[in-house]
Design a protein around this ligand. Structure first.
Ligand SMILES: [Zn+2]
Length: 794
């Protein structure tokens, strides 16, 4: 199941980007080099967020036609799509280089650039992009199956450090108080793994010595002045963790470059940017993010493992996300094993894990299923194939797909080739399938001596599973470990010959199998086939109530009692057990009535703990509940009545505000946003679907057309509901504005040794005087500027 076919393959990006911290804007040029994969290509479709302003696009010839001057190209930019109109039809195999000049705040809802001030005064700008956010800060071909080489030239205030992917090849100071840092990568990078981190960083360096002991690769920790020492201590074991991973997965894939952890004000705890992981660094002295944890060892190994799985072998599409997260979580299990605490690590995971839905194309992509179930599925594969063979297969996997992208089907093929046998049944039940086995079992002594094991698969929310099962038998003489092959049948009896008289039997003592198990004599609570651990209520008008009834069955061998319950959202979510609780005989069914009584508008989420005498989970069954509180029937959209830009905005610049709209009705609302008033615009989406009780942001930009106050109106029009108007008020302040014409200077063909001059006119289009203090050029060009600084009147 491939994504839309690639019409072209981007081979490299050369980015030259300036970060203006005062105005919180980036401006620069990205040059995209591509190879054409489809005959007759006439347009280049790239991804570029609507919030970016595209200034110009031009065609750069490749080295074979150096005499051709660059040529300006037409383009369309709407929503998040940038369509570049090429100068002619291009055939398969042809290459082209397109340069795009752009600018903007490059920020949207946690994606793109996060502009921040840490503590009192430390500036910070940092990018985040997984899964679709790269386009928010740089126009690109934003899909994980089109990886490319990157060079990043970043200009920022000279007192700050710039971290990025690959190797730092240059840093030079500019006359205007900025410095330009250049990073380059020798290995292709997926767009979502490209990063720029800028702040007052202190970089500590350690060494990783490769598997053969000879390489000496830097392992860096990027921290702030106030937590430099702590960061160094917390990440002291990073290079030994790389060694552990290399021993299992093969050599670190980017050995010619580096690995690093860089503190950044990100929402997630970690993000595996290629060769420079971002870790949550808090918002200043007093909040050190993950450094305030007791240990970052398992976060560290998880993110480092992504360098192999996710970064070196990338997912072909986001449906294959488990290829990243399950493998990185499996690495946590390998570390827990090395630390001698595998069983307790898995026990925690088992308790937390809800194992809901498939690994492939999970509707909740960053859910516990992808992480916890995925790691355990890989461990089951290890049990099935043997560790040595699994690691050999992973070696082939990285050899074949390293530097590129792969699908779930590709993984299955590599595993089958190494194991020499079909694995489609394994992928069907564990990767594409949902649920897990629920085993009811008992044993008896048999002549021989032998153990007679009766095994039944009683799960109601999944099909039947096939798996190898370890059986531990304790005898007077000690412990015997046996193994049986369980087929996908409802029930099976095994006769296992043993050496001594059996005293006790345990199934799967090392927890290889992702199963719930119940001795047949115990009570066993089952919620039926429709229940996947979560109850979703319909929208409820505040003050009202909704009830969802869930059937429960006792699949066990003795009376099941549900003794009591506890709700994390007392008053909002509850369950009716009656005064004496609920008691069910073996095989009997009953019903639990879950209640939702919202007191306020908005999305509610909680858990109910049921206390039972079912031994699974220590007698506790968790039920997750979700609902939305609303105020009226039908469609009802709400927003604040008035929004003011509190700071004056300089003429010639723009400032954006997010306005939150809430759907307080019982029906989903499709809302169209329309804006009125000079200076106000909607740079982002103008139409959105808002579920009952949920909120959605609308991005509004104010770019004052002159000095003074400006008023506007944001009209929110829900289909089938009453429109809502938000009054907008902004103040434009005088500002200088630099205009340069032409934007692209074309020199044409110039013979070697000759010189050609072009005049570039600099105008102040603003409303306040402007001072030009420096002019510089790069490459085979020079500039003759008038005496500087020079002030241009308004
Ligand atoms: Zn991860």
């Amino acid at each position: 199941p491939a994504a839309t076919p690639l019409l072209f393959d981007v081979t490299r990006y050369d980015l030259d980007l300036r970060f203006d911290f005062e105005r919180q804007r980036v401006a620069g040029v990205v040059t995209v080099s591509a190879r054409v994969l489809e005959d007759g290509l006439r347009e280049l479709d790239l991804d570029a967020d609507a919030g970016l302003r595209i200034g110009a696009v031009w065609l750069e010839r490749d080295g074979s036609f150096p005499e051709d001057p660059p040529r300006a190209l037409g383009f369309h930019h709407a929503e998040d799509r940038l369509t570049v109109l090429l100068d002619r039809h291009y055939g398969i195999g042809e290459t082209l280089r397109v340069a795009i000049a752009y600018a903007g705040r490059a920020s949207r809802l946690g994606d793109g650039v996060t502009w921040a001030t840490l503590g009192e005064s430390t500036p910070s700008a940092t990018t985040m992009a997984e899964p679709f956010g790269a386009r928010v800060w740089v126009p690109c071909h934003d899909r994980p199956d089109d990886k490319a080489l990157w060079t990043l030239r970043v200009t920022a205030p000279a007192e700050l450090e710039v971290g990025s992917n690959g190797v730092r090849v240059d840093r030079r100071d500019n006359p205007d108080g900025t410095a330009t840092t250049m990073w380059a990568s020798r290995y292709p990078i997926a767009t979502y793994l490209v990063v720029i981190d800028i702040s007052d960083y202190r970089v500590a360096e350690d060494l990783y010595r490769g598997l053969d002991g000879t390489a000496a690769m830097p392992v860096q920790t990027w921290a702030y002045p106030w937590n430099e020492t702590r960061a160094r201590t917390m990440f002291a074991s990073t290079s030994s963790l790389l060694g552990l991973l290399a021993a299992h997965f093969g050599e670190y894939p980017f050995l010619d470059e580096k690995y690093g952890n860089c503190l950044a004000p990100i929402g997630a705890s970690g993000m595996e940017h290629q060769t420079l992981t971002s870790v949550a660094g808090g918002d200043g002295p007093g909040d050190n993010g993950v450094l305030d944890w007791r240990s970052v060892r398992y976060l560290d190994v998880h993110e480092a493992a992504h360098q192999w799985w996710g970064d070196w072998v990338s997912p072909a599409s986001w449906k294959d996300l488990w290829l990243n997260e399950s493998f990185a979580s499996y690495a946590e299990l390998l570390l827990a094993e090395a630390d001698g605490r595998l069983q307790s690590y898995m026990a925690f995971d088992d308790w937390r894990g809800w194992f809901r839905g498939p690994l492939y194309d999970n509707p909740e992509p960053f859910s516990a299923t992808i992480y916890s179930k995925g790691a355990r599925v890989l461990r089951m594969l290890e049990r099935l194939m043997g560790r040595e063979r699994l690691e050999r297969a992973l070696g082939r996997w990285r050899e074949r797909f390293g530097g590129g992208s792969a699908t779930t089907a590709d993984l299955e093929e590599v595993l089958e080739a190494t194991w020499g046998s079909d694995l489609s049944w394994f992928f069907e039940q564990w990767v594409y399938g949902t649920g897990r086995p629920h085993l009811r079992w008992s044993w008896k002594r048999a002549v021989g001596p032998a153990v007679r094991l009766e095994l039944e698969q009683v799960q109601t929310n999944a099909g039947l599973f096939r798996f190898p099962l370890d059986v531990e038998v304790r005898t007077a003489a000690g412990r015997e470990l046996h193994s049986v092959e369980v087929e996908a049948v409802r029930s099976r009896t095994f006769e296992i010959p043993v050496d001594g008289e059996p005293e006790e039997v345990r199934l799967d003592p090392d927890h290889w199998l992702l199963a719930e198990q119940h001795p047949a004599s115990a009570p066993d609570l089952d919620f039926g086939p429709a229940f996947d651990g979560e109850i979703v209520f319909p929208p409820v008008v505040t003050g009202g109530a909704a009830t969802v009834r869930v059937p429960v069955t006792n699949l066990g061998g003795s009376v099941l009692e549900i003794l009591g319950s506890d709700s994390t959202e007392e008053g909002t979510f509850g369950v009716d057990l009656g005064p004496d609780g609920l008691a069910l005989d073996p095989g009997a069914s009953g019903e639990l009535a879950f209640r939702f009584t919202p007191s306020e508008v908005g999305v509610a989420h909680g858990w109910i703990e049921l206390d039972t005498n079912d031994p699974a989970g220590g007698g506790v069954a968790w039920v997750e509940l979700r609902g939305a509180g609303v105020t009226s029937e039908g469609v009802a959209v709400r927003a604040t009545g008035r929004v003011r830009w509190t700071e004056p905005v300089a003429v010639g610049s723009a400032a954006e505000r997010l306005i939150t709209i809430t759907n307080a009705g019982t029906e989903p609302a499709r809302v169209t946003a329309r804006i009125e008033g000079a200076g106000f615009s909607l740079p982002g989406a103008t139409s959105m679907d808002v579920a009952p009780g949920e909120a959605a942001p609308v991005l509004v930009r104010f770019a004052p057309p002159g000095e003074g106050s400006f008023e506007g109106r944001l009209h929110l029009e829900p289909a089938g509901g009453a429109p809502v108007t938000v009054a907008l008020l902004g103040y434009g302040a005088a500002a200088p504005r630099l205009a340069v014409e032409p934007g692209v200077v074309l020199f044409g063909i110039v013979a070697p040794g000759e010189e050609r001059r072009r005049v570039v006119r600099v105008t102040n289009r603003g409303q306040a005087p402007m001072t030009v203090s420096a002019v510089s050029v790069e490459g085979h060009f020079s500039v003759a500027a008038p005496r500087l600084p020079r002030t241009l009147g308004a």
